[in-house]
Design a binder for this molecule. Structure first.
Ligand SMILES: [Cu+2]
Length: 164
């Protein structure tokens, strides 16, 4: 099959572009350890007592593996007893080098979860569980911020993750 010269040039250019996008994805996945946010399951916000959200907090799942089960509501994040006193912005502690999987749902309106200096950005929709797993390799205090406008006291909706 004979290809026109320009057709061959364009096919090569497009192939190279797609190849470089794939390479960028692999670098993000394998070297920077980035995982995309995922839809985990549906829940009934009026009936969270029969779901994983009946037991909020930080769960150790293995060597350097933790789950954070958290509830977003106007206008606090609730991480159970592991987050400190109810009604105040939670402080979550994890050891340095751990991989943390967040499971978050909303009780009322759409919220967001963003962690300062880390590759996580979740949209928290009532009725859905959002999940994302990220590594915490640097020690420090990083704010968890609601980055979806959720009403009058939205600006006060935050928490802190302390990497020790
Ligand atoms: Cu919010």
């Amino acid at each position: 099959m004979a290809l026109d010269k320009y057709e061959r040039v364009w096919l090569t250019a497009v192939g190279g572009l797609i190849g470089s996008f794939m390479a960028a994805l692999m670098v993000a996945y394998l070297i920077f350890d980035i995982r995309l946010p995922t839809f985990e399951a549906r829940v009934d916000p009026a009936n969270l007592n029969s779901t994983m959200f009946a037991d909020l907090g930080v769960k150790k799942r293995g060597e350097n593996k933790y789950d954070v089960v958290m509830l977003a509501k106007m206008w606090v994040f609730d991480a159970g007893k592991d987050g400190g006193n109810p009604g105040v912005p939670p402080v979550i502690r994890v050891p340095r080098g751990s991989r943390v999987t967040f499971y978050v749902t909303s009780l009322d309106v759409t919220h967001g979860v963003y962690v300062e200096d880390h590759s996580i950005n979740l949209e928290i929709v009532p009725g859905q569980i959002a999940r994302q797993s990220i590594p915490f390799n640097r020690p420090g205090e990083f704010r968890i911020i609601c980055n979806q406008y959720c009403g009058a006291a939205h600006q006060g909706m935050y928490g802190t993750i302390v990497v020790e």
